[in-house]
Design a binder for this molecule. Structure first.
Ligand SMILES: [Zn+2]
Length: 284
């Protein structure tokens, strides 16, 4: 779905992007270490993402749930933890646009684009089993999907996956002209990539990563019922997704992040830490 969101806005910007295409930079995606080309600097991505999303909101305004709707409150509470997870996992030590322009040695992988994002998380009142993200840190989930998600960790699996697309800058890759025959393989690979990065994000945000493989199996039943052929064509099989998430070394790494975050939180809730907070010294 995020590729649809990106495609919708391409035509008005075609000229702009053909220029960007000529000066695109190669970057490396965290965790998968896949090299890809990105068309926009982080500030351009942020600006374009805001413009694009504001346009989308004016088109879909009537279906967007308000900030006080309990479903928005729930999703935003979990998304807030997820965004903290992203910041913890990818601290502000990455490459700056200026360094890239000056041809300086770059640190890999690159997540510098995360520094300036205006994260926005929105719930849409609609029956489709759908969630998507777009550039600039925008995440949308439909109530049709939400009603199948029974726990915070399941919601975190979905939000973490969408945040991972933002981390991997997947939507920007679709602004290049990818040949038709490469679209589906590209999409399936991007989905697995977002599953992998999303698992680490949810764990770093304090949600049990062991929920994710089970969740993919559960969603198979839901999506299977709806017979969304497009979904099936552009996404890897649920078995593949669940297997990738269950790999020993992947899950062990995620569990270590989860353990660290739980320990950090316990420490934050200790009596001495609470006293420091009361005295105005934020220790967490
Ligand atoms: Zn996805």
């Amino acid at each position: 779905p995020w590729k649809v969101a990106a495609a919708v806005v391409v035509p008005p910007y075609a000229a702009k992007f053909s220029i960007f295409a000529a000066i695109s930079q190669q970057e490396t995606v965290p965790y998968t270490n896949r090299a890809h080309r990105v068309l926009l600097t982080s500030s351009e991505e942020c600006e374009f993402g805001d413009e694009n999303f504001n346009y989308w909101k004016t088109k879909n305004g009537k279906d967007i749930l308000g900030p006080s709707d309990p479903r928005t409150v729930l999703v935003r509470r979990i998304a807030s933890d997820i965004i903290h997870g992203v910041r913890r996992l990818f601290p502000n030590n990455s490459v700056h646009d200026d360094d890239v322009k000056q041809g300086k040695m770059v640190v890999r992988p690159q997540t510098g684009h995360l520094n300036d994002l205006n994260w926005e998380v929105i719930v849409v009142d609609d029956d489709q089993v759908k969630a998507f993200s777009s550039m600039g840190g925008k995440i949308v989930i439909h109530t049709g999907y939400l009603k199948h998600l029974k726990t915070d960790a399941e919601i975190a699996t979905v939000i973490g996956h969408e945040a991972a697309h933002v981390v991997a800058r997947n939507s920007m890759e679709l602004l290049r002209s990818i040949p038709f025959y490469e679209l589906m393989p590209f999409s399936r690979r991007a989905e697995l990539e977002a599953d992998h990065i999303g698992l680490m994000i949810m764990a770093a945000a304090g949600f049990d990563p062991r929920v994710a493989p089970e969740f993919r199996k559960k969603i198979e039943e839901i999506i299977g019922d709806t017979k969304l052929m497009d979904y099936i064509g552009t996404h890897p099989s649920f078995e593949t997704r669940s297997r990738m998430l269950s790999q020993k070394e992947v899950m062990e790494e995620a569990l270590e992040l989860y353990k660290q975050e739980r320990m950090r939180r316990e420490k934050c809730q200790s009596v001495s830490s609470l006293w420091w907070n009361v005295l105005g010294y934020r220790s967490c």
